[in-house]
Ligand binder design. Sequence first.
Ligand SMILES: Cc1ncc(COP(=O)(O)O)c(C=O)c1O
Length: 382
Amino acid sequence: MPIFTLPGQAPYVLTAPESLATPRLLVFRDRVERNLQRMQAYLEEVAPASGYRHLCPHVKTNKSSLLTGWLQQAGVGYFKTTMREVEMTINAGAQDIFVAYPLLEHDARELAHLVRKFRQIKFHVQVGSLAHAEILQRIGRNEQVTWHFFIDLDVGMHRTGIAPEDAFSLYAHLAKQNEFIFAGLHGYDGHIHHATAAERRAESQRAMEKLSAVFQHFRRERVHIPRVIVAGTPAFRFDFEILHKALGDETLVQVSPGTWIFWDSNYERLAPGEFEIAAVILAQVMDIGQPHRLTLNLGHKRWSVDSGPVRFFSRPGLKFVSVSEEHTVLAHEGTETFQIGDYVLLAPHHVCPTINLYEEFSVIGEHGEIEIAASPVDGRNR
Ligand SMILES: Cc1ncc(COP(=O)(O)O)c(C=O)c1O
């Protein structure tokens, strides 16, 4: 029975690789389940017995109604999405969806239709400027939809969001309009990718101080903030610890990591062992050319190169040489023998865009059996 090893991970067992066409995206169910348990334990270190109340995971990593359904079965009740994953998240049965992406005209109209169609689901949007507010207001009026909105704060990433010092005046403007109901504050600190935990904690402190200052301003103005949503995977433990202490119980503090559910070699490098690599790619040696070189039947149409090449392979001594659309060339030290058709397991370096490159994945059970041959990545490419 083939057993594959990846650095720092428990062995991956796969009983019948020959029944799968490669390259193939595989999701190991027991690893996802352990990641879920770990997530709950991390949250409960800060907020004992709270379950997943403080989690609003971004589903852009899994993009799958199957996985989003697993999250719900585990007890997760809040979800963060971009417009691309909204329908998938609805199909998975979610009841609370925050579309954390500034909505331009077309997307806002599309979401308004979904809000009207699925009245039992609580949808939330973000607003980070008067221009975004104006789009939502116009469409809200035309479509007779009221928007539950989070103020999107720029807490240091400088990608979207309003400067913290301007947040209250944006809120005050929206509070006067009938089309808007205040849901809370959103501050994604995706700039926190620093190499050490100490640096990440310090950056998290800086970002959460900005958010806390806004919170205090609202409090002075006697405006209740129902919810605050922050963080991706690298900073969520720090952000949660800091904010939960700072904001108290009257505001629901939630963290919104996405990558943790599958983990990848990029985050494993930052925080070894924090979660397990649950989504991997099965490829095969398709040619052996030069001495100590081999070529896999997989290229960057099937693994994302945006944050660098794959580094974790299931055979020792393999080193990345080059990648093109359909091929990956690797070097080896000559101590291992390779044959055409050999299986190699790879851990994506950046799992979110890698998932987006697959139409479907197979679910592998605890003993290496194929539990589900093909489950769609139904939140992709829309
Ligand atoms: C707005 C927002 N929230 C949360 C996340 C999740 O971050 P991570 O992938 O580090 O878990 C992302 C990731 O891109 C994001 O853009």
